[in-house]
Design a protein around this ligand. Structure first.
Ligand code: FES
Length: 117
């Protein structure tokens, strides 16, 4: 197979690090959310009670600082829900259901809080 016949990568590698430091990396399909990538791969620290409707705040993650500038800005609904996280919001807090996986996020690391509910 030549370099030119390769299919473009349709996933991005996302690493989920728990509060204990345990790390899991998965290839998450582009267009899905970081929350979906975690839930589908059994990342227990992402609870996602509302299934991505931005009304539960149980998909809270801390995004590696290097990737923050690559994310879409926090919208009003997410901003409001970030005020309801069990573990206190930090400057790099986001709701993982609101982060759409794109090629530019390939290699991103998110840290999960000690508890979500
Ligand atoms: S899954 Fe409920 S706010 Fe993200």
């Amino acid at each position: 197979m030549s370099l030119f016949s390769r299919k473009p990568k349709e996933t991005a590698s996302i690493t989920y690090v728990s509060h204990t430091g345990a790390s899991q990396t998965f290839d998450v399909p582009l267009g899905t959310s970081v929350m979906e990538g975690g839930v589908r791969n059994g990342v227990e620290e992402i609870v996602a009670e509302c299934g991505g409707a931005c009304i539960c705040a149980t998909c809270h993650v801390f995004v590696d600082e290097a990737y923050l500038p690559l994310l879409d800005p926090i919208e009003a609904g997410e901003n409001e829900m970030l005020g309801n996280t069990l573990v206190k919001r930090q400057p790099n807090s986001r709701l993982s259901c609101q982060i759409q996986v794109t090629k530019s996020l390939d290699g991103m690391v998110v840290h999960t809080p000690e508890a979500q509910v």
